[in-house]
Every structure is written in C-alpha cells, then in structure tokens.
Design a protein around this ligand. Structure first.
Ligand SMILES: C[S@@+](CC[C@H](N)C(=O)[O-])C[C@H]1O[C@@H](n2cnc3c(N)ncnc32)[C@H](O)[C@@H]1O
Length: 200
C-alpha cells in the first residue's frame, strides 16, 4: 500500500490513530522482551502496515505461528498480500475477539501478545474487555506488550497504565524517545509472580 492510500485510510478511520508507523527503535525496544527460542504463538493487535509483522517473522522459529489481528479491512488485505508466509495468519477482526480467533486457528494460548491499538481512544468497557480477554488468551508464562503515545493525558484512572495494572502485573515500563511522537511501553505478565511461583 502506497503513502497516498495510507493517508486516505488514515483520514477515514480514526482508529488508525497514527500518521507514521512505529520507528525501528520503538519496534526493537518492545521486541527485546521476546524469547524467540521459546515463542510458539505470537499475536499482534493492530499491525497496520506490518512494521512489527516483518521483524517478528524474520526472527520467529520456522514452526512458530503469528496471528495478526487488524480491524481495518484495507490494511488487512494489504498485509495478506505482503506476507505470503505460512506462519502468518492475518485476521480482519477486532482485538476484543482474540479468544475466538485463537480457537479458529486451533491454538490454546499465546506466548506473547503485542498491542499497537489506540487504547486511549476506546471507551473504558472496551479497554476492560480487551485486557480481560488478553489475559485469558496468554499462556501461564505469557507476556503482553503495549505501546502508546507519550504525552497523552495519563493521570486519569482509565489510562492504559492503570487499566493494565488492574488486569495483569506490569513488569517493565519504559519510554522510547526515538519515535514520532515518543512512546510509552509497558510489558505485563499474564499471571502474578506469586501465582506463577506457587504453581511451578
Ligand atoms: C497506531 S496504528 C499502529 C500500526 C503499527 N502496529 C505500528 O506500530 O506502526 C494502530 C492500528 O490498530 C488498528 N486497530 C485499531 N483498533 C483495533 C482493534 N480494536 N483491533 C485490531 N486492530 C485495531 C488500526 O487499524 C491501526 O492499523
């Protein structure tokens, strides 16, 4: 998809939320938390034009699976055409349906979920639904990565930082300045540390 088509989609769909893709500094900083030797199933929410998708496929094991859930149908079509890789499953749907989507791919749980969707624009009920379903979709050791623009109002109790902490354990919180605009990055564990050590 060319720049003009991208901008046309951006003008029509407010949930695209960003006029530029995440920088390679941002992508690398987020992906630092992924152990590709262990990752069997990776899910991406809101791949857009695939800046993460490309790097994930380059590093993923040949038996691993990537499920990319993109709500914008034009982007989903462009991604399917771009990534002709049997490990990549591009699904034109909303992240809130992740549990049904995993089932449709015959997968029980995900090892990693990376989210680029604009949580700050969603009503609080949708944030809660996505976060609750994400926690259920992750394996016991699973990790969830969220990135949002730095500078958005973040004191409200409905901000992703607080909402994420209600559903999971935040284990990493960073800012990547080499992105336009800078990014807030969170990594969360599906199960609390205490619950994990009690069952292992
Ligand atoms: C800010 S862009 C991020 C694109 C890309 N991941 C990047 O980092 O450059 C947000 C993307 O999320 C998609 N999106 C928005 N709401 C979504 C939802 N509920 N489920 C899945 N994708 C969604 C948009 O269509 C858009 O492609």
């Amino acid at each position: 998809m060319g720049t003009i088509s991208y901008l046309r989609n951006f003008a029509r769909d407010r949930n695209i939320a960003s006029i530029t893709p995440t920088s390679s500094f941002g992508v690398n900083r987020i992906m630092r938390g992924i152990d590709f030797k262990k990752a069997k199933v990776i899910v991406e929410y809101g791949p857009g034009l695939g800046v993460f998708t490309e790097k994930l496929l380059a590093q993923m094991h040949e038996d691993a699976m990537l499920i990319a859930i993109e709500a914008n149908s034009h982007f989903a079509r462009a991604l399917s055409a771009k990534f002709e890789d049997s490990r990549a499953h591009i699904v034109n749907d909303s992240a809130e349906n992740v549990l049904d989507i995993l089932q449709g791919c015959n997968v029980q749980s995900a090892d990693y979920i990376i989210s680029g969707i604009p949580f700050s624009m969603f009503p609080v009920e949708l944030k809660d639904r996505i976060l609750d379903n994400t926690r259920q979709a992750l394996s016991k050791e699973g990790r969830f990565f969220v990135y949002q623009f730095f500078g958005l109002p973040s004191k409200s109790k409905t901000d992703i930082k607080y909402k994420l902490a209600e559903h999971m354990d935040i284990v990493r919180s960073e800012v990547e300045m080499l992105n336009i605009p800078p990014l807030r990055i969170f990594e969360a564990a599906a199960a609390a540390e205490s619950a994990r050590s009690a069952t292992s």
